[in-house]
Design a protein around this ligand. Structure first.
Ligand code: UDP
Ligand code: MG
Length: 318
């Protein structure tokens, strides 16, 4: 069996009218490319005619492969399953609603060939409403850049190209697909971005409202946590614990001095309570740090994913 060189992964939810034009545009764009490809569409529990139409395309063109979810799990779940099934050495993600322009795929691939591991689309002139869409997205992008240290302008753009070994080694859930470049950067991955088209939605309507902003903010906190604290809990909790314990200890010594040397009562002083509290908290924090270290080790062992990714290995058998 011949493996395709490129896999296109498309999560799709209730986009019945976009499917035919999507097929045409993608096929036209990819025919300019002298490479074999597969298109994996994940029907994310659509309740309209989407699945039937996808099946028709699959019948006519075996490069199109369809997965149907039992219910609506969300776009990230679609990516996750698509990434697992993708056979190509390069994986492209694109929206099903035609807001991304399939013609841009060629330029993404050219960048990958330059040696980048992830090439992200940057919707330079976005077509959507300012207050409900572009403003929250702008703020989120700034925040994600700050938190992750990866400077991208547009994390939310689905149109991206990845080397397959990158996405095969990253777990995504929740709304985390937009953080793949950020998470990947901790593995030493070369990321870049290129301007891409953004078009108005022609059919159907957007599946997201302003609530997505909150989900993304929670995920930012999670990513930050996993990044910095995820690998060394003892450093964070232990550090806090030592600080509290030390302050508590000093206060306690002061109180002992007041009691024994100055001969004053200390039983009714709030400071005594504070000293005791700080010492107990300090001990607990250090313990949480230690337990955290154990949990992290179990977690990492249980994940059979490599913690260290090599870019190249010369002179080894495959
Ligand atoms: N989508 C999906 N599952 C969902 C919501 C959306 O697979 O639960 C797909 C949808 O069909 C589209 C893409 O994700 O291909 C982006 O969704 P949408 O266009 O609604 O988001 P927006 O462009 O408004 O940010
Ligand atoms: Mg859209």
């Amino acid at each position: 069996m011949n493996l395709p060189e490129i896999s296109i992964v498309i999560p799709l939810y209730n986009e019945q009218d976009s499917i035919a034009p999507l097929y045409q545009e993608l096929t036209a764009a990819l025919s300019n490319l002298k490479k074999s490809y597969e298109v994996i569409v994940i029907d994310d529990g659509s309740t309209d005619l989407s699945f039937g139409r996808l099946c028709e395309i699959h019948e006519a063109d075996e490069r199109w492969k369809i997965v149907q979810f039992r219910r609506n799990y969300g776009q990230t779940a679609g990516f996750s399953v698509g990434f697992n099934l993708a056979a190509g050495a390069i994986v492209i993600t694109i929206d099903a609603d035609l807001q991304n322009n399939p013609q841009d795929i060629l330029r993404l691939l050219a960048k990958i060939e330059e040696g980048y591991d992830i090439v992200s689309g940057w919707r330079v002139n976005r077509q959507e409403a300012f207050f409900s869409r572009r403003l929250p997205s702008m703020l989120a992008n700034r925040l994600i850049s700050k938190v992750s240290g990866v400077e991208l302008h547009d994390y939310g753009c689905t149109l991206k190209a990845y080397r397959s070994e990158i996405i095969k080694n990253i777990q995504i859930y929740g709304e985390l697909h937009r953080f793949i470049p950020a998470v990947a950067s901790s593995l030493g991955i070369r990321t870049t971005e290129i301007p891409v088209d953004d078009r108005m939605r022609r059919f159907g309507k957007s599946k997201y409202g302003i609530w997505r902003t909150f989900r993304v903010i929670l995920d930012i906190i999670l990513v930050r946590f996993l990044f910095i604290y995820g690998t060394r809990p003892i450093q964070v909790f232990g550090g806090l614990g030592l600080l509290m314990g030390t302050v508590g200890f000093i206060l306690g010594m002061m109180l002992i001095y007041v009691k024994l040397v100055m001969g004053e009562q200390i039983g009714d002083r709030p400071l005594l309570l504070l000293a005791i509290l700080l010492i107990i908290l300090g001990v607990q924090m250090v313990s949480i740090g230690l337990i955290g270290e154990i949990v992290i080790r179990i977690y990492q062992e249980a994940q059979s994913r490599p913690r260290y990714m090599t870019r190249e290995q010369l002179g080894f058998e495959d």
